[in-house]
Write a new protein. Structure first.
Length: 136
């Protein structure tokens, strides 16, 4: 049986084809299988808010980075832990793993900090609400 991958040729640049082939080799899959898997993977369907949400720039959409949110549009209603759980399941399709751009950048910044810096920031975070309550 001949495997066909010509159906993707009209949509994918040469650079993207090479990237897809490398990814397929790493996963020991045929290119067509990998492309089909990625095309069928729509993580936003697993979101518990999907039926009631009308967010156009959804962090669970594989095209999230290419989308633009207009002023006044609804924002994502899904909780961050829920999106992260779904994002972990679809790592190959969601580069930010279900996080918004801002959340992803914050996570990268936090991960780069040393344990001492993290401890200091956490201590400052605990002290800040006390200062606010006192009115100082």
């Amino acid at each position: 049986m001949k495997r066909q991958t010509d159906w993707i040729n009209f949509r994918v640049s040469e650079q993207e084809k090479k990237k897809i082939k490398r990814c397929a080799e790493k996963k020991n899959k045929h290119v067509g299988e990998l492309v089909r898997e990625q095309l069928l993977a729509q993580p936003f369907y697993e979101c518990p808010q999907f039926d009631s949400c009308s967010c156009n720039k959804c962090p669970l959409d594989p095209e999230y980075k290419n989308m633009i949110a207009l002023p006044g549009e609804e924002r994502c209603k899904a909780q961050k832990p829920t999106r992260m759980k779904i994002g972990e399941k679809y790592q190959s399709v969601l580069p930010l793993k279900g996080l918004t751009c801002r959340e992803s950048q914050g996570k990268k910044t936090w991960d780069r900090k040393t344990p001492t810096e993290k401890k200091q920031m956490l201590e400052r975070g605990v002290k800040a609400p006390k200062t606010l309550r006192r009115g100082n």
